[in-house]
Design a protein around this ligand. Structure first.
Ligand code: ADP
Ligand code: MG
Length: 457
C-alpha cells in the first residue's frame, strides 16, 4: 500500500491516544472520524483514535497526542512517513544502527567514532526517517524500547546529539566495530534475541572471514573466474605445488585485515624471496631452500590460521602494483550499485596496497584513464560488472541481508579481473580523497535507502 510523506507534530493537551489526519487522507484510506485503529512505530503497536481534521483539505500535517506519542515511543517531530498496511497505520521507517562503545557524553557520545557516526546519520537529511545509534545495553526488552542517540539540527544549522526513547526499530544495521566487540555477552545476547525472538531484520551482520568467502564463492560458475586458487592451513607441499604453478603466492591470515600478517613468496633464479611489512618497514629475505623459508615463516605463525593463495601479477603504476576498492550498496529497489571505485597504488616495496604501508588512493576512473587511454571505458565497465556479479553471488551464498560491501579487486597484466577480499564492514578511508566526496555522500545516502527498503516503507 501507498506510503506518504508527512510533517508530524505533537499535541500536548489531549488525554486520548489519538492521531489527527487531514480529511483527504481519511478519505483515501477509508477512515472515519473517531474510528479506532492499530498504529505502529517500529516493533510497537497500540490502538488509537483517528481524529479527522476537516479544515486540512490538502496539507500533509499529522498530529499525534502526547499519550499516543508516549505509547509508541515516537522520538521527535518532523518529516516522516505514514503507511496504511493491513488496517494498521505505520509511522516510520525507523532504522537503528547497533554498535558498542557508546558513552554518556552529549558532544561525542561514541568517543573518537562520533564524527564517523555523525556523518553516517547526517545522510538522513530530507529523507523522512528515524535514524539513530544505540548499543545493546540501551534496550529495554520488557517495553520493546531503545534509548537511542539521534542527530538533530539546530536553528543555526548545526548538528547536536540528542538522546530519546524510541521503539525497537523496523530495521537494524550492524556496526559492531570489531570481532572482539562481537564476543561481548551483551552483543551476543542482543543478536540472539533480535534473530530468534523479535525477528527484526538486520543487515551486514558480523564480519566475513576470507576462507568462508572462498569456500562459498569458488564453486559458483558465474564468478569462479574472479576467484584466485586458495587453500587453508598451508603445508610445505602445498606451498611447493602452488609455486610450481604460479611462481608467486600470498600467505594471509584467515581473519586478517589492513594487510596485517600478509606475506608474499616469489620464485627467483636461485631460490625464493619472502616479502612482508613489519612494524619497522618492508622486509625482503632470500632463501635457497623452500623448506627453510617455510620453517622461518611458520616458526612464529600458526599455519592453521593462514590461507595460501595464487599470486596475481597485478598491473602497475610507476612500477608499483595497484588494485581497486569497489564500494557497493543496495539501493531502495534492492539492486546492487557501485558507489565508489577507488584505485589503491602500493607503497614502494609493499606487498599490499594499504595506505598504512605507504599506499596511495586515486579515483579509479582517473587512474584507468592515465594507464589505459584507449581501453579505460571497457576496463571500468568490466570492473563494475564483475563487482556487481560478485556482490549478487555473495548475497546469494550467505543468504543474509547485505546493504553494503567493499571488494578488493585486482586487474592482472593480461587484463583478467580478480577478487582478493570481500568486506562486510568496509572502511571508509578511500572517501578521504578530495575527489571522492560525492561518492562518500552517495554511499551514506544509499545506506538509508536500503534501510527504508528493508523496513518495507
Ligand atoms: N593473491 C594475491 N595476489 C596479489 N596481490 C594480493 C593477493 N592477495 C592480496 N593481495 C594484495 O594485498 C592486499 C590485501 O589483501 P586482502 O586479501 O585484501 O587482505 P586484508 O584483509 O589485509 O586487506 C590486496 O588489496 C592486494 O593488493
Ligand atoms: Mg583488503
Amino acid at each position: 500500500m501507498e506510503t506518504i510523506s508527512v510533517r508530524l507534530r505533537f499535541l500536548t493537551y489531549s488525554r486520548i491516544k489519538g492521531i489527527v489526519l487531514p480529511s483527504h487522507l481519511c478519505r483515501d484510506w477509508g477512515f472515519k472520524n473517531r474510528q479506532r485503529v492499530a498504529i505502529s512505530h517500529g516493533q510497537i503497536t497500540v490502538h488509537g483514535i483517528i481524529i479527522e481534521e476537516k479544515k486540512q483539505k490538502t496539507g500533509n500535517q499529522v498530529k499525534v497526542t502526547s499519550p499516543l506519542k508516549e505509547a509508541l515511543a515516537i522520538p521527535h517531530p518532523g518529516m516522516i512517513h505514514l503507511k496504511h498496511e493491513d488496517g494498521t497505520i505505520r509511522v516510520g521507517p525507523s532504522i537503528g544502527i547497533v554498535t558498542t562503545g557508546i558513552r554518556d557524553g552529549g558532544r561525542a557520545p561514541i568517543g573518537p567514532r562520533s564524527s564517523f557516526f555523525q556523518k553516517l546519520l547526517s545522510a538522513q537529511k530530507g529523507k523522512g526517517v528515524y535514524y539513530f545509534i544505540f548499543s545493546p545495553n540501551d534496550v529495554d526488552w520488557s517495553s520493546n524500547r531503545v534509548y537511542g542517540w539521534f542527530l538533530r539540527s539546530t536553528n543555526k544549522g548545526q548538528y547536536v546529539w540528542k538522546r530519546f526513547w524510541t521503539a525497537m526499530p523496523d530495521v537494524l544495521y550492524d556496526r559492531v566495530p570489531s570481532r572482539a566487540a562481537e564476543r561481548q555477552e551483551s552483543v551476543k545476547d542482543f543478536k540472539f534475541r533480535v534473530a530468534n525472538e523479535q525477528y527484526v531484520p538486520m543487515f551486514n551482520i558480523g564480519f566475513f572471514d576470507k576462507w568462508g568467502v572462498h569456500q562459498r564463492l569458488f564453486p559458483m560458475p558465474e564468478i569462479n573466474e574472479f576467484i584466485p586458487e586458495t587453500q587453508v592451513a598451508p603445508t610445505l607441499s602445498m606451498l611447493k605445488s602452488m609455486l610450481e604453478r604460479y611462481s608467486m603466492v600470498y600467505l594471509k591470515p584467515k581473519d586478517g585485515s589492513l594487510g596485517y600478517g600478509i606475506l608474499k613468496i616469489k620464485q627467483i633464479p636461485k631460490g625464493y624471496q619472502l616479502s612482508y611489512h613489519s612494524g619497522a618497514g618492508n622486509v625482503t629475505r632470500r632463501f635457497q631452500k623452500l623448506t627453510k623459508l617455510y620453517q622461518h615463516v611458520f616458526q612464529t605463525r600458526r599455519a592453521s590460521n593462514y590461507l595460501i593463495q595464487q599470486g596475481i601479477d597485478l598491473c602497475t603504476y610507476s612500477g608499483r602494483p595497484l588494485d581497486f576498492r569497489v564500494h557497493l550498496h543496495k539501493n531502495v529497489e534492492n539492486s546492487w550499485v557501485v558507489s565508489c571505485l577507488a584505485a589503491k597504488v602500493a607503497g614502494v616495496g609493499s606487498v599490499t596496497t594499504h595506505v598504512r604501508t605507504g599506499g596511495m588512493v586515486i579515483p579509479g576512473k582517473e587512474l584507468l584513464e592515465t594507464l589505459f587511454p584507449d581501453q579505460h571505458h571497457t576496463l571500468e565497465k568490466r570492473v563494475r560488472e564483475a563487482s556487481i556479479r560478485l556482490a549478487n553471488a555473495i548475497e546469494f551464498a550467505y543468504g543474509t541481508n547485505l546493504g553494503e560491501l567493499g571488494l578488493d579487486i585486482g586487474i592482472d597484466k593480461k587484463g583478467n579481473i580478480w577478487m582478493f577480499e570481500a568486506n562486510s564492514k568496509p572502511g571508509r578511508s578511500i572517501f578521504k580523497h578530495s575527489r571522492l566526496k560525492q561518492a562518500d555522500e552517495m554511499s551514506r545516502s544509499l545506506l538509508v535507502d536500503y534501510g527504508r527498503y528493508l523496513a518495507n516503507f
